[in-house]
Write a protein that binds this ligand. Structure first.
Ligand code: SF4
Length: 225
């Protein structure tokens, strides 16, 4: 059983795949915060801007099998369309060069994502990416691993495709990340009242340390639903 807060079709707003159409599957629950405001200050991660509690979002719910969830995500991405007299078959967004991206996010998706789900998503035609806080090992069959570490947590997943560090966290030691095994190192200014100041500081840090690249939350800037 998979507990999913919401599923929606949009553009990836952050990191290497920024601008790429994607189905987002937001899993319910996180291991670094309960999601309740009264627990925020005592949580390991206290700057979260995402509602991941429950299954009551758009297209959310409990999915009994990997296939059920994969088919729902495929329908939302228009990878599957009913054909008269037949089972569902591949259609407009099917791979023709670049497969459609599905981003497994949360909450902390790796509390629930497993190999059978990844296999089911690939069977319907997705390129499968995850956005995780790095406290749980990622299944090896994922196509893309994005890790966003939170200061104060125990990071076990120190390899992947992109490391995305939220700039503005207290106690950041950025040089300590550089021997982790990632292709891309991103700094993303923390959203909130201080965003303008933090964006300026992030730009200055990247210019002085060119191993790092700036990541902006373009979906928020442009208000992409
Ligand atoms: S780890 Fe991610 S989902 Fe969990 S509380 Fe922090 S920002 Fe939110």
């Amino acid at each position: 059983m998979y507990s999913v807060k919401e599923i929606f079709y949009t553009l990836q707003g952050e990191g290497t795949h920024s601008g790429r159409p994607a189905v987002f599957v937001r899993f319910a629950g996180c291991n670094l915060w309960s999601g309740r405001e009264q627990d925020r200050q005592s949580a390991v991660c206290s700057f979260c801007d995402t509602d991941f509690v429950g299954t009551n979002g758009v297209n959310g719910g409990q999915f009994a099998s990997p296939q059920d969830l994969a088919i729902k995500a495929a329908e939302i991405g228009q990878l599957l369309q009913p054909v008269e007299g037949k089972d569902q078959t591949a259609s407009p967004n099917s791979p023709k060069g670049m497969p459609l991206l599905v981003v497994l996010t949360g909450g902390e998706p790796l509390l629930q994502v497993d190999e059978p789900l990844i296999a089911a998503l690939k069977r319907v035609g997705f390129y499968v990416a995850v956005e995780s806080n790095g406290t749980i090992s990622a299944p090896p069959s994922l196509d893309w691993i994005c890790i966003s570490p939170k200061i104060g947590s125990q990071i076990v997943q120190r390899a992947g495709n992109e490391l995305k560090v939220v700039f503005g966290q207290k106690g950041l030691d950025l040089p300590s990340f550089l021997d982790w095994d990632f292709e891309h190192f991103y700094l993303q200014p923390m959203d909130g009242e201080d965003i303008d100041h933090l964006t300026g500081e992030t730009i200055a840090y990247c210019k002085a340390h060119p191993q790092w690249k700036l990541s902006l939350q373009s979906h928020k800037i442009l208000d992409i639903p």
